[in-house]
Design a protein around this ligand. Structure first.
Ligand SMILES: *Cc1c(COP(=O)(O)O)cnc(C)c1O
Length: 364
């Protein structure tokens, strides 16, 4: 019997494994595996979503006009050069299919976000990974990885899962070293959490006309991961190309209303950022006191280095017995590490306690 056959590159893809959220036999689970906002959705967003739900018989605005206007106002950028997607994941997919494809190369860093590899491979591109230095994207290695066939370069800044950051000067040096016909995708999913002074999420580079598209999301600091809303800001030609192929009604009615309201939520970003900065430092310090290396991070997560894959695995198993779910890093070639989201103050305390329990078993 014959059966439908997928293209071989599809079967070469290892499916993305999202953060788990259930543990058998555990009542209270701390889900710290997907870098979600710990405070629920902004109250105004929840209200707007409930209100919009009453109109779910209607198609949404296919152009996300009000949302693009709100994003533009918030960031001081032209709504005409913004495109919204069902999460920035959708936009990553389209970018790979539009500018990639068979015979092209896509460059990312060794421990970059795996969605680039999945989307790039699906498009038919070869995905090349440049070595990092100290778990940080290395501009020289990224440039050295470029081939004549390269059409796209992806950089997450801050990077997930390492949390490391490239300053604006380095990002400009990277762009300056790339051919003009290579699209630089600056994925700034964690931009709102950054404290470093010399940082640009990408707005300035896009405005400078440097063949760069910036991707942003409502899934992290805005607490709307379940709504699936992201956006891109880029050159008019790139936005036009994406608009030709994206789902006509990609961002649904409720999601658009929730995102507009989230942007209007007074003090939300400031409060969440301040909390994250405080507890990111406290949790990192607690890890270090226990002899666990906490990689420097500008995101809402910490990459914890346990030295060996065996020890990381043991820590993961121990944390699960305490109801704590973190992210194993085998898919990122970092099997000796675990990535943990910075949760509420209480959650951070419970994680520190659980880690102390784990290190006690190791010394005992
Ligand atoms: C979470 C994340 C995204 C956002 O994905 P959405 O599809 O918008 O939920 C994009 N890039 C990186 C690096 C991320 O970690």
């Amino acid at each position: 019997m014959t059966a439908p056959r997928p293209r071989p590159e599809v079967m070469a893809i290892a499916a993305y494994v999202g953060g788990e959220h259930k543990l058998p036999g555990v009542n209270r689970v701390l889900k710290l595996s997907a870098n979600e906002g710990p405070f629920g959705p902004p109250p105004g967003a929840l209200k707007a979503a409930v209100k919009a739900a009453a109109e779910m018989n209607r198609y949404p605005d296919g152009g996300s006009i009000e949302l693009r206007r709100a994003v533009g106002a918030r960031h001081g950028i032209d709504p005409a050069r913004i495109v919204c997607g069902t999460g920035s994941d959708e936009l990553i997919q389209h970018i790979c299919h539009i500018y990639g494809g068979p015979g092209t190369d896509i460059v990312m860093s060794m421990h970059g976000f795996t969605m680039y590899q999945i989307a790039g491979t699906y498009a038919g591109s070869r995905v090349l990974k440049a070595p990092e230095r100290n778990l940080t994207t290395c501009v020289d290695e990224m440039l050295a990885a470029v081939t004549p066939e390269t059409t796209i370069m992806f950089v997450a800044n801050p990077n997930n899962p390492t949390g490391s950051l490239l300053p604006e000067t380095e990002m400009l040096r990277l762009r300056a070293g790339l051919r003009d016909d290579i699209l630089l995708v600056l994925d700034s999913a964690y931009a709102e959490y950054v404290e470093a002074a010399d940082y640009d999420a990408g707005t300035r580079m896009v405005d400078a006309g440097l063949n760069t598209i910036m991707l942003r999301t409502f899934s992290k600091i805005y607490g709307l991961g379940g709504m699936r809303v992201g956006w891109g800001y880029g050159p008019a030609e790139v936005i036009d190309a994406i608009n030709r192929v994206r789902g006509v009604f990609n961002v649904n009615l409720i999601a658009q209303a929730a995102a507009v309201a989230a942007l209007a939520e007074e003090g939300w970003v400031e409060t969440c950022k301040a909390h994250n900065t405080e507890w990111r430092a406290k949790l990192s310090a607690a890890m270090e006191r226990l002899g666990i290396v906490a990689h420097p991070t500008e995101g809402n997560f910490i990459l914890a280095d346990f030295g060996t894959a065996e020890r990381a695995k043991a820590a993961d198993a121990f944390l699960r017995t305490r109801g704590v779910i973190v992210r194993a890093m085998g898919a990122y070639d970092l099997p000796h590490c675990l990535r943990m989201t910075v949760g509420t103050a209480e959650e951070c305390g419970l994680v520190a306690e659980a880690l102390a329990g784990f290190t006690a078993t190791q010394h005992g």
